[in-house]
Design a protein around this ligand. Structure first.
Ligand SMILES: [Zn+2]
Length: 247
């Protein structure tokens, strides 16, 4: 009976942790110093992917304004946090990234991951309507909206390879996020898990997207390390910056 109760509690705790997308513990309070080591491991290790395989699978699919998501692209989806899902390869690594960050006292929170094209269309159109109601013409509204939301068919979120990540103490998707401990941790460690900061501040001309310190894209560990070390965008890495990708 006691065992069952414990197992049930552990499951409930695991569910809560997954829903919150981060660790239940913030920075360790004084009293937790004396708690037993086994209690520290309250967050279960991810089981989807063995740790040694984190970031091993490569996926360099380029999606941007000139390169829409292929029509037949249907990612195999896996939950990463609450209702948020990602491509299975990306999800396996993301779960380890969230786990390791939490273990180091950094609360990461996924606030967007896979979005179907219809959802992307709704988001885009809602924003266009918002700008029109502020007095912009439709053409202007579409142009301004495109700076912030990728037109349907051209968002990396439609591939399941990208996620927007913030932290409970700073949940706004704006440049202020870059100053948080979570953003700094991500910038330093995401490549170890196969993720890149996809829209850096100094690459907006090439990516066509404003600086997004919260948007991380799975490419695989090898490419993520090279892209980050060279300080290039995915477009530059693939050699297609500034030209239409022909394939
Ligand atoms: Zn995003």
């Amino acid at each position: 009976m006691k065992r069952l109760w414990k197992a049930g509690t552990a499951l409930l705790l695991a569910a809560l942790l997954i829903l919150s997308g981060c660790t239940a513990r913030g920075p360790a309070p004084e009293e937790s110093v004396s708690s037993a080591p086994e209690e520290e491991g309250a967050m279960p290790e991810p089981t989807m992917l063995p740790r040694e395989e984190v970031g091993e699978l490569e996926n360099l699919l380029l999606v941007n304004a000139e390169n829409p998501v292929p029509d037949d692209y249907t990612p195999e989806l896996y939950p990463v946090s609450g209702a948020y899902q990602m491509d299975a390869d990306a999800a396996g690594s993301m779960l380890w990234m969230l786990y390791d960050a939490a273990a180091q006292g950094v609360d990461l929170m996924v606030v967007s991951a896979y979005r179907g094209t219809e959802r992307q269309r709704q988001n885009f159109n809602n924003k266009v309507q918002e700008y029109i109601s502020l007095g912009l013409s439709e053409e202007e509204a579409v142009e301004v909206t495109s700076q912030w939301i990728a037109p349907p068919g051209t968002s990396e979120h439609e591939t399941g390879l990208a996620a927007d990540i913030v932290t409970p103490g700073y949940q706004m998707l704006n440049h202020g996020f870059a100053e948080t401990q979570a953003a700094k941790w991500l910038a330093a460690h995401a490549p170890e898990y196969g993720f890149i900061l996809r829209y850096p501040e100094d690459k907006t001309e090439i990516t066509g997207i404003t600086y997004e310190p919260w948007h991380f894209r799975y490419v695989g560990k090898r490419a993520a390390r090279e892209i980050t070390e060279r300080g290039v965008s995915l477009e530059e890495y693939l050699g297609v910056a500034g030209e239409t990708y022909a394939e």
